[in-house]
Design a protein around this ligand. Structure first.
Ligand code: NAD
Ligand code: UDP
Length: 322
């Protein structure tokens, strides 16, 4: 049995990853300060002998007793609303948090796996984005706190690999959605689904002509697991290449919910990337991975999840349920 440390393990992706690691027969130590994650995401795992939750801010040095085989560094605010509210913490967890986690990997002789992002490509001038593209990021814009933290994290990871011989993997995750996203984390999927379900106006930013490519969480976790077990030290894109405009996406969610919410237009946030689509040739060829879950299927389970979450909060009290 191997022992896996997952930073950010109580978040949306981290909690699915904890489950996957346990299902693969590993022991899991989840390290999370719950700044954007929730205890509820891992509550069902707390009774297990092979699962441990350590509440800690990984931007501060930390130690884990005993052997560790893998360190998966997923801790970081990830929604634009979260990282704009927590700019310094975001820069710290991408820099100091990555440094501390790499130091732990080096001390334990563990493989280090970094959760990076398509945001390292910024507002891309190459389309779709291949791993060889260096990106177009505004370092001093509001989103720079996240993009540059992740770019630094990649550089630090490669330095530990080259200088200290640490075994590393880097995944560049493209927009992923599914159950356990926070209802009000501000990302487009929870925002549109909640608005559609409650009959509120659906807030499309700009004219909605910017594009994104949405990957369902189970596909992403499968890609991450294959990359973790591969021998690829250089960054690998994992995402769904099915690209659409945000306006089309709003209309798709509205139809999937059967909602009568109006679509309204709000100002486009500063530096919001115009396009985003992963080139997944490397993942296809080297990991034998590609996404399997259609948007319709993925949205179905996500809508059910948010419907239940809203019901629990009494959001439909006195209102017709969509
Ligand atoms: P999330 O906010 O749900 O999860 C992040 C987790 O990290 C939370 O549980 C939070 O409490 C924890 N955390 C943050 N700072 C911490 C710190 N200093 N110490 C300890 N724990 C800390 O977000 P998510 O969508 O699950 O994202 C997880 C990771 O994947 C992030 O690194 C994010 O940058 C990356 N990512 C996600 C997406 C996506 O579409 N979901 C896309 C690209 C990259
Ligand atoms: N977006 C939107 N309405 C919302 C939230 C987001 O139109 O209520 C847009 C946002 O401007 C961006 C896209 O949806 O173009 C994806 O936003 P998200 O915050 O989910 O992630 P990003 O890809 O920007 O990191």
């Amino acid at each position: 049995m191997s022992r896996v440390v997952i930073t950010g393990g109580a978040g949306f992706l981290g909690s699915h990853l904890c489950e996957r690691a346990l299902a693969e027969g590993h022991e899991v130590v989840c390290v999370d300060n719950l700044v954007t994650g929730r205890l509820e995401n891992v509550k069902h795992l707390l009774h297990r002998d092979d699962f441990e939750l350590v509440e800690h801010d990984v931007s501060k040095p930390y130690e884990i007793e005993g052997a560790v085989d893998y360190i998966l560094h997923f801790a970081s605010p990830a929604s634009p609303i979260d990282y704009l509210e927590l700019p310094i913490q975001t820069l710290k967890v991408g820099s100091l948090g990555t440094h501390n986690s790499l130091g732990l990997a080096k001390a334990k002789g563990a493989r280090f796996f970094l959760a990076s992002t398509s945001e390292v490509y910024g507002d891309p001038l190459e389309h779709p984005q291949k791993e060889t593209y260096w990106g177009n990021v505004n370092p001093v814009g509001p989103r720079g706190v996240y993009d540059e933290a992740k770019r630094f994290a990649e550089a630090m990871t490669m330095a530990y690999h080259r200088y200290h011989g640490v075994d590393v993997r880097i995944v560049r995750i493209f927009n992923t959605y599914g159950p356990r996203m926070r209802l009000r984390d501000g990302r487009v999927v929870p925002a549109f689904v909640q608005q559609a379900l409650t009959g509120e106006p659906m807030t499309v930013f700009g004219e909605g002509r910017q594009t994104r490519s949405f990957c369902y969480v189970s596909d992403l976790i499968e890609g991450i697991w294959r990359l973790l077990m591969s021998d690829l030290p250089l960054p690998c894109n994992i995402g769904n290449p099915h690209e659409m405009t945000i306006l089309e996406f709003a209309e798709t969610i509205k139809a999937a919910v059967g909602s009568s919410s109006p679509i309204v237009f709000k100002p486009l946030p500063v530096d919001d990337p115009h396009t985003r689509q992963p080139d997944i040739t490397q993942a296809r060829e080297k990991l034998g991975w590609e996404p399997k879950v259609s948007l319709a299927e993925g949205l179905r389970s996500t809508i059910e999840y948010f419907r239940a979450a809203l019901e629990e909060q009494g959001a439909f009290a006195g209102k017709a349920r969509v």
